[in-house]
Design a protein around this ligand. Sequence first.
Ligand SMILES: [Fe+2]
Ligand SMILES: [Fe+2]
Length: 379
Amino acid sequence: MQTTNFSQFNLPSILCRKTTSSRRLSPVLAVASPTITSPSRHQVTHSMPPEKLEIFRSLEPWVSENILPFLKPVEKCWQPIEFLPDPSQGPEQFEEEVRALRQRVLGLSDEYFVMLVGNMLTEDALPTYQTMINTLDGVRDETGSSPCPWAIWTRAWTAEENRHGDLLRTYLYLSGRVDMLMVDKTLQYLIGAGVDIRLENNPYLGFVYTSFQERATCSSHGNMARLATQGGDPMLARMCGAIAADEKRHEHAYTRIVDKLLEVDPNATMLAIAHMMKMKIVMPMHLMYDGQDPNIFEHFSSIIERQGIYTSRHYAEILEFFITRWELEKLQGLSGEARRAQDYVCRLPLRVRKLENRVKKIEPRQVKFSWIFNKQVNA
Ligand SMILES: [Fe+2]
Ligand SMILES: [Fe+2]
């Protein structure tokens, strides 16, 4: 995919102000589309000018009124045990439910389990995402229990998200289809590695990223639900569907925040959208490693692309969705730089779709996956 240098937009509002020296990155660094990109050489920090902090302070009442209602009260949320064999029903019932679960997953392929592990790892790396959101200037949780509505949102969002990984991990464990030792090692490596999203402590960039990522995960879990139904596991389909519904609700919240930012500060927000798109939206697990395969993310990306779970087409569709949802083509009165950013973003889906055609030509190959007992998987 052709890339455009962000500097061409000459963006004063989110201009790089401070950089730190280079750091070592895992050899695996890729974007949400299966394109491999080179590691960032330096990290930009605090790119939002301090005077913009006031915008986020002034939006606090708006967040209370318009964003916090997207959270579901704990008592109305599903919990993982509702989808899992329940030990409170007594040992016989529990064992019967575990046997039934193991029977249901027999119709699912090893490729499916690689993808399910990938989704579980993405969810279970939640400490990384909460950390990342709390790097954002103007919206971070300053104390860990801050009464600021931005912080209330982030904590409750984290608590909701935490159920996703718990549910998937327990299901995977009970399925008997995956090597949990290798899955757990991968998770430990992943959380240790973090994620190179390059949000620059900038909440404009942060909320564009989270909008995109929630929609992408919703799509991915939804597609996994569809494949689970086809493979004969309706309970797993319900689980993936329940997770996808949470992601959708979160997407609505983050999308609404970007809506508001476009209203109060259209130039900076348009520039931020272009900046994120230019850097490409990286998948949160792009730095994963299992201790064995240095190209595990590339192999994983190849499987989800081939199985149609998350592809360049999805990337382009998400992009098109947000261009329409945020009415980016209709934005008027932008500065010259923001107009160029608008033009760049609105033309981008076409370029991504060209990439899609190239990716389709890749031939399948047998790849070893340490997460799967028989290990050989068609990637
Ligand atoms: Fe999630
Ligand atoms: Fe999410």
